[in-house]
Design a protein around this ligand. Structure first.
Ligand code: GN1
Ligand code: MG
Length: 360
């Protein structure tokens, strides 16, 4: 991998650079904050080729999507703050990325006054997250999904992750210990549910989805209450709306975040669920079908389970996919998602009743 400073020179002149520093908490790509001598800030990013085998396709999707979000003319609700779209900068020869040894480097705007959160705590914030994803879906519903490539084939196909887990767990030694035992039992008990969304795919709504609408990818304004942007568009591609709703809700309704001090205490908050769903429906009511709504709770539990399975498999494989900063981190991330799955399962009836009321 070339140094970030070297990549930056594809986009800006050396004398215009005041500093470059690692930035953000992404698990997959390498991200840097580039500060110019004018004081302006940009986001410099290297797309991880181990995860995205064809970064050129990622960049093509990104160009189409950012352009559509900028010009798609989709009004936000009257009381919503202006949406701040992501934008790409051109580099040498007008290209939007530097190809380097299978990877791609790109330069994006830093959203002014935008602040990420790792978790949220109030119903108002949950409602804002729901509204923002609803706005995003509604705006991209007018972009022809056939124009977008599938940059990560099989991304939310849970049985595929299960098959990978099955391969890995037979040949790893690192599966002793209480926590690992818990994970293995947890996975076995839910094996049969893994194909739920795949089996029903034909009956569910397909649209352009974000693919990774976790809390940390929404930017809040300076006061921390209103969402002004949605970042990390690498996984935007055609998919099931329920993939996005499942992922957004498993993240939004977990007030302890993805790396709590004690995974045992993780729970799924019904009040945040109700607020999120009301916010989403205020922007995108027409997109969801009755069948989508009927499977909503199962989808949230499934995406939480899927992410736990991905983290645990990566732990067994030696953390090759998700970056870690300390040993055992992917195991703890897995325990967190499994605990969350269990909390959703325990509250199934209550959550179903909430969904029926909000959607009714
Ligand atoms: C990964 O790279 P990052 O942190 O934006 C992952 C998502 C997970 C998320 C969990 C391409 O996203 O699927 O839900 O971590 N992205 C990819 O934090 O695998
Ligand atoms: Mg991501």
């Amino acid at each position: 991998m070339i140094p970030a400073r070297h990549a930056a020179l594809f986009f800006v002149a050396l004398e215009d650079i005041a500093g470059i520093a690692p930035f953000g908490g992404g698990h997959v790509n390498d991200t840097f904050l580039l500060t110019l001598t004018t004081g302006e800030e940009r986001i410099l990013q290297r797309i991880n080729p181990e995860v995205f085998p064809d970064p050129a396709l990622v960049m093509r999707n990104l160009r189409l999507v950012t352009e559509h979000l900028r010009t798609g003319n989709s009004a936000r609700a009257d009381d919503a703050p202006p949406w701040q779209p992501l934008a790409l900068y051109e580099g040498a020869g007008g290209d939007t990325y530097l190809a380097e040894d299978g990877a791609a480097w790109r330069l994006l705007n830093r959203i002014r006054g935008g602040h990420p959160r790792q978790a949220i705590g109030t119903a108002q914030q949950a409602r804002e997250l729901g509204r923002a994803l609803g706005y995003f879906h509604r705006t991209l519903a007018s972009l022809d999904s056939a124009l977008l490539a599938d940059t990560l084939p099989g991304f939310h196909v849970t049985p595929r992750y299960l098959a990978r887990y099955d391969q890995v767990q037979t040949r790893t030694e690192d599966r002793a210990g209480q926590e690992s035992l818990f994970c293995r039992q947890f996975i076995e008990q839910r094996r049969a549910t893994a194909s739920l969304l795949e089996m029903r795919r034909g009956e569910l709504t397909s649209r352009i989805i974000h693919g990774d609408p976790k809390v940390a990818n929404f930017l809040f304004d300076d006061e921390g209450e209103r969402v002004i942007s949605l970042i990390d568009l690498d996984t935007v591609k055609p998919g099931l709306l329920l993939h996005d709703l499942g992922d957004a809700l498993r993240s939004c309704c977990n007030p302890t975040g993805e790396t709590p001090a004690d995974p045992e205490r993780v729970f799924f908050a019904p009040d945040l669920f109700a607020a999120w769903l009301a916010g989403y429906r205020s922007e995108a009511r027409a997109l969801l079908s009755g069948e989508d709504l009927r499977l909503l709770i199962e989808a949230v539990a499934l995406i939480a389970f899927e992410l736990g399975l991905r983290f645990y498999t990566d732990h067994l494989e030696g953390n090759r996919y998700f970056k870690v900063t300390e040993p055992g981190q992917n195991l703890r991330r897995a325990l967190t998602q499994f605990q969350l799955t269990r909390s959703i399962e325990h509250q199934r009836d209550k959550l179903t009743a909430i969904a029926a009321t909000v959607a009714g």
